[in-house]
Design a protein around this ligand. Structure first.
Ligand code: SF4
Length: 331
């Protein structure tokens, strides 16, 4: 018997997987990443999803939802949660992917860490039903944490899983899960929804700004993970690094046609990346924004500007903006 278990990096999916493993069933973990996932899994990362799979001793498969996720983000059939999280559409898509993998590797059913009534949008009982129906996984899905509150599916009816050893957890309290985590010695996990940035209010503002200006692309989303963001005008945006690491990240993410701003050597201050149309007016404005984040900025400042990848630069003299002047530009 082999199953696909959706691993999100959170506690519930780890518990659900452990409950199934303890029944002697082989588990393959599946993590679906979207452009807003905290970790997109490069070969060097040792993120929480990888650590969980290692600790549980299971294989990890990763499916990247990238463009497909952007499509549902722009116009989700079932709307958004409290921020820009299209959770119902997203769960349907993830379960369809899980079903595809299940068929591909000859697994028998799918396991998720969903808990009835835990999340207002996607985990109400009728919504769970809707999601499994739309994903075509109605009779091949087991939710070990809440199974005893739900109709038994095929894996339970046929005795592939022992229903007696499943749970009847519901609601938003995490008390029972925390107790189970202690029992199973599981202590490495993300906070609920902590792995998906579209559930974050500040981040949502930046995503809305990209959609409003018709700039929602994988490259622009990658930039949201660094720096302070300023909307200079509908066609141009400036991102200012907050520390050395972000400065380097912005330099690494520069693409042809972007503008790179750096204070001259004598001034300590951030790197900034301008994307879009930067005429003299936008360049001057950007230098004044960057000036705000330079040390000793109550004097005239000098900022280097170049259009990537060219090394040809010019130096702009400016005075720094004050915080009040900046607030209306901040995304
Ligand atoms: S929190 Fe993010 S990854 Fe999870 S279901 Fe919602 S949109 Fe999808």
């Amino acid at each position: 018997m082999k199953v696909i278990s959706l691993i999100s990096g959170g506690l519930d999916s780890s518990l659900a997987t452990k409950i199934i493993l303890d029944q002697g069933i082989e588990v393959v973990g599946l993590n679906c990443v979207n452009p807003f996932s905290v970790c997109g899994h490069n070969s060097n990362c040792n993120c929480v999803v990888k650590r969980i799979c290692k600790k549980l001793g299971i294989e990890l498969r990763v499916i990247n939802l990238s463009e497909e996720f952007l499509e549902i983000l722009k116009n989700p059939s079932y709307g958004y949660g409290s921020n820009m999280n299209p959770c119902i559409d997203c769960r349907i898509m993830i379960l369809k992917k899980a079903k595809g993998l299940m068929q591909e590797i000859g697994a028998n059913f799918i396991v998720t860490g969903e808990v009835v009534g835990q999340r207002p949008m996607s985990q109400k009982r009728p919504t769970l039903r809707l999601i499994e129906k739309k994903a075509g996984v109605e009779d091949i899905l087991v939710r070990p944490l809440s199974a005893k509150l739900l109709e038994p599916g095929k894996p339970e009816r046929l005795g592939w899983v022992n229903r007696d050893k499943l749970f009847a957890i519901s609601g938003r309290s995490r008390k029972e899960q925390i107790n189970l985590a202690k029992q199973f010695n599981i202590d490495d996990y993300l906070t609920p929804a902590g792995g998906c940035l579209v559930t974050n209010e500040g981040y949502t503002r930046k995503v809305k700004d990209l959609i409003k200006h018709n700039k929602l692309s994988l490259e622009n989303i990658a930039l949201l993970k660094a720096g302070r963001h300023f909307r200079i005008n509908p066609k141009s945006k400036l991102i200012v690094g907050r520390d050395e690491k972000e400065n380097q990240k912005l330099l690494d993410m520069a693409r042809e046609g972007d503008f790179i701003f750096e204070p001259i050597e004598e001034i300590r201050g951030p790197v900034a990346l301008g994307r879009g149309e930067f005429l003299d007016e936008q360049i001057d404005l950007s230098c004044r924004i960057i000036g705000r984040y330079c040390d000793d900025n109550d004097r005239e400042l000098r900022i280097r500007v170049r259009k990537y990848p060219s090394n040809k630069e010019r130096i702009i003299s400016c005075t720094a903006f004050k915080d009040d002047d900046l607030s209306f530009l901040r995304v």
